[in-house]
Design a binder for this molecule. Structure first.
Ligand SMILES: *Cc1c(COP(=O)(O)O)cnc(C)c1O
Length: 365
């Protein structure tokens, strides 16, 4: 059997006629940038998340970059972020001239809220809550700290489309919720895409202006902006998938439940979900000290896996200038050596999952 870590073709096949009909409709309309599909998607996605506004952008990185900029984050400001975040989270901060201040993750692989306060300085302006692998950070604690210390919050929801914390949808806690629609994400497009959601009209207006060369009125440019527009084709296809997002999340939930029930190998620790979190299972994450041996063994059997992520941002070459070294953030460094994402995708067959589970349980290391 050959099982990919992620199989986008299977997900496509689930609703292929609907995507194909929409694609042709958009192609035949002759209007490809900032039109009806984008504004309808923005309305529908805002309603789905439970936010007042959504502004479509070209990528998740742009959503973090422009979202932080709209919050007034700039040169020399400090932004608190998890040490095991994706590199894009940190880039969203540093593109704005701001400084990432790293806080180690907890046992759920997300920002350890109990370690935030010791990192706050007079320059701290914001906390970035990255909802990694589809599960939510402890938003009660993060919002309590932010409110008591006068900090803003941006949520990176690139892996958490529809994830909830205590019944409230992620992306609605902070001033800005940033989403990616990269094809592998829970709500994935057929190319690049992203968006911010917010209840703050000023933020929404600023992002809408910035994404189109800093222009609200054609050819009048207020700031040096960006070309960061979600296109009509992606927006139309995202509208189709959004109608099915709850089913897609429920299917991954069933796959995750089965993994959780049936993986029983003493050398493998299945990542638990924080009580109070409705997990949308962007990844199914395990930890094992024998990670590289396990990945090689699974590969041998035809089972694909991915490491999210092998190099924590503070040790990446791009951030050598921050001056960190190995040993500075031992929890994130250990996680980088231990984590492995198992195959989990919409359209995964029962016998494929059985094969993966049997292989995992037979692994002796
Ligand atoms: C994918 C991802 C991003 C970046 O999104 P792009 O659309 O690829 O720019 C940012 N943060 C997290 C946590 C992600 O998983």
């Amino acid at each position: 059997m050959n099982i990919l870590a992620n199989n986008l073709k299977r997900q496509y096949d689930l609703y292929a006629p609907e995507y194909e009909e929409k694609a042709l409709e958009v192609l035949r309309k002759g209007w490809y940038i900032l039109g009806q599909e984008v504004s309808s998607f923005e309305e529908e996605f805002a309603a789905y998340i439970g936010a007042k506004y959504c502004v479509g952008l070209a990528s998740g990185l742009d959503a973090l970059w422009i979202g932080l900029k709209a919050m007034g984050i700039g040169e020399g400001d400090e932004v608190i972020v998890c040490t095991n975040a994706y590199i894009a989270c940190v880039m969203g901060i540093t593109i704005n001239g701001a400084v990432p201040v790293f806080v180690e993750p907890d046992e759920y692989d997300n920002l350890d809220a109990s370690k935030i306060e010791e990192k706050i300085t007079p320059r701290t302006k914001a906390i970035m809550a990255v909802h990694l692998y589809g599960q939510s950070c402890d938003m009660s604690e993060i919002m309590r700290i932010a409110e008591s210390r006068g900090l803003q919050v941006i949520e990176d929801c690139a892996q958490a489309h529809g994830t909830k914390w205590q019944g409230k949808t992620c992306g609605t806690f902070g001033r800005v919720g940033a989403f990616s629609f990269y094809p592998t994400k829970g709500l994935g497009a057929f190319g690049d895409g992203g968006a911010i959601v917010t209840d703050d009209k000023e933020v929404a207006d600023y992002v809408r202006m910035f994404r189109n060369y800093g222009s609200r009125v054609h050819y009048q440019n207020e700031v040096v902006g960006a070309n960061s527009r979600l296109d009509e084709l992606q927006a139309g296809l995202l509208r189709v998938k959004l109608r099915h997002l709850d089913e897609l999340n429920a299917e991954r939930q069933r796959l995750a439940d089965r993994y959780t029930r049936e993986i029983c190998n003493p050398s493998i620790r299945v990542l638990k979900t924080r009580p109070g979190c409705f997990n949308t299972w962007h990844q199914f994450e395990i930890h094992t000290e024998k990670r590289d041996a396990l990945a090689a063994y699974l590969k041998e059997k035809g089972i694909g896996t991915i490491i999210h992520y092998p190099i924590p941002p503070h040790l990446s070459e791009a951030y050598a200038y921050l001056g960190y070294k190995k040993g500075d953030f031992p929890v994130a460094e250990r996680y980088a050596d231990e984590v492995l994402s198992l195959p989990i995708y919409n359209g995964m067959l029962e016998e494929e999952q059985t094969f993966v589970i049997e292989a995992l349980n037979a692994f002796e290391g």
